[in-house]
Design a protein around this ligand. Structure first.
Ligand SMILES: [Zn+2]
Length: 89
């Protein structure tokens, strides 16, 4: 029953690739990372701003690590508006 095995590994690949939709490469992911973090910190819809990013971060530990580092960096860099405090415009 190699047939069954084939569909099982297809499912595994689909799980690794994430949901259907635009695929980001690590390069594209890196390219859009600061924008993604910006939108996230602005309480925007980061997943819509950079489609495919969330799926890539979910499946790519290396880029998720970059994302976490940048997120931390940006939060500390913008100490005029500490995370958790909302400033009226
Ligand atoms: Zn990646």
């Amino acid at each position: 029953m190699s047939d069954h095995d084939a569909s099982a590994s297809e499912e595994l690949i689909a799980a690794l690739l994430g949901p259907d939709g635009p695929e980001l490469t690590c390069e594209e992911c890196f390219e859009h990372l600061d924008r993604y973090v910006d939108v996230t910190l602005a309480d925007g819809d980061a997943d819509s701003a950079v489609p495919g990013m969330l799926a890539h971060l979910t499946g790519c530990p290396a880029c998720r690590d970059d994302h976490d580092s940048l997120m931390e960096y940006v939060q500390h860099a913008g100490d005029a508006t500490p995370p958790g405090s909302v400033q009226a415009p």
